[in-house]
Design a protein around this ligand. Sequence first.
Ligand SMILES: Nc1nc2c(ncn2[C@@H]2O[C@H](COP(=O)(O)OP(=O)(O)OP(=O)(O)O)[C@@H](O)[C@H]2O)c(=O)[nH]1
Ligand SMILES: [Mg+2]
Length: 225
Amino acid sequence: MKKVYIVIAAYNEEKSIPRVIAGLKKHGYNNIIVVDDGSKDKTFEVASKENVFVLRHFINRGQGASLKTGIDYALLRGADFIVTFDADGQHHPEDIKALLESIEKNNVEVALGSRFLKENLSIPFIRKLVLKIGIIVTRVLYGVKLSDSHNGFRVFSRKAAKMINITSDRMEHASQIVEEIHKKKIPFVEVPVTITYSDYSKQKGQSTLNSVKIGLRMIFRKFMR
Ligand SMILES: Nc1nc2c(ncn2[C@@H]2O[C@H](COP(=O)(O)OP(=O)(O)OP(=O)(O)O)[C@@H](O)[C@H]2O)c(=O)[nH]1
Ligand SMILES: [Mg+2]
């Protein structure tokens, strides 16, 4: 039986984290690592009651740094596959099976979730626009053609998780992961996943201004190294 670990980076998610963990357990995923990233609310305390591994950054370092912490710990525990999963309820545990199966079926090392391969996607217009620009920027900067370049729902094999070096602490890590996959020629597949936009996720999520900043940093990183 392959060991599947779920890594959840969480920042100020006390309201949603118990439901997210319960959903994962209901679908049989019991190896769960929550990385509380110096939350100002009770994310750490709430997650600690849930019989999962809870790691903590004492200061807020960003989602990239938190995923790195969680992935390193999953590798230490002998994970065969590592799933990155959001804490705000936007991802659905029922999609994990298809991501895992697509890795084996296609003989690849990474499965990247794609909301745009899914039918009946309901997404705020401005979010869609920003994501579509992200897809074009990813194509131009890294030469990688993806249908959804900034989706935090993915599965890495153990081998891929060891190869992909996440050094971008904050949201740029998503672009860096794509760049690493491309640079190191790690075989991947895109898989349709549902991403839900709730009032909660919209209120908590990334602002358009922040998305623009991420784009500018991607360009800066590419040309100023
Ligand atoms: N560890 C850590 N996690 C974060 C931080 N900011 C956001 N997150 C988590 O990362 C996940 C995704 O963050 P969001 O801000 O929702 O970003 P997104 O889902 O790409 O964007 P939206 O479509 O706007 O929701 C959530 O589970 C957050 O709790 C942070 O500073 N540190
Ligand atoms: Mg979100």
